[in-house]
Ligand binder design. Structure first.
Ligand SMILES: [Zn+2]
Ligand SMILES: [Zn+2]
Length: 133
């Protein structure tokens, strides 16, 4: 039985009827299966990181996008959330107090509704009395 050097690594000796040594065959098999099983689901080009669906580059990209989003959102919410609301409150309070004072407006409303109620009650009593007699 003659031995020859493995053509791939040129370190290990193999039998003449073998193509590669055991180490190389295991490496090649492992590489091919790993590429098939763990391709990045985002770019489908680079191998995914162990325990992840995406590769290192896509994960870094997503992290950077999230960081940028946070940086952009904070000042925007400050502008929309704080300043317009406070100024609108001031405007609303000013217009209300300028038109009719709150207490006076309620008094007017009460007077009107009381008069209407009283009229209706009187009319109902009159009609009832008429029917009974
Ligand atoms: Zn080899
Ligand atoms: Zn990727």
């Amino acid at each position: 039985m003659r031995l020859k050097k493995c053509p791939r690594c040129e370190l290990n000796y193999i039998q003449e009827d073998e193509e590669y040594c055991k180490v190389c065959r295991r490496e090649m098999k492992g590489e091919s299966t790993r590429e098939e099983l763990e391709l990045c689901t985002v770019c489908n080009e680079r191998p995914a990181m162990p325990g992840k669906d995406i590769c290192y580059f896509c994960m870094k990209e997503m992290e950077q996008q999230e960081e940028n989003r946070d940086e952009n959102e904070e000042p925007v919410t400050m502008d929309i959330g704080m300043d317009p609301v406070s100024s609108m409150d001031e405007i609303a309070a000013d217009t209300e107090s300028d038109d009719i004072p709150e207490g006076e407006y309620r008094e007017i409303e009460n007077d009107l509704s009381l008069d209407e109620m009283g009229d209706e009650e009187e009319r109902e009593n009159e009609s009832l009395e008429d029917e009974e007699e």
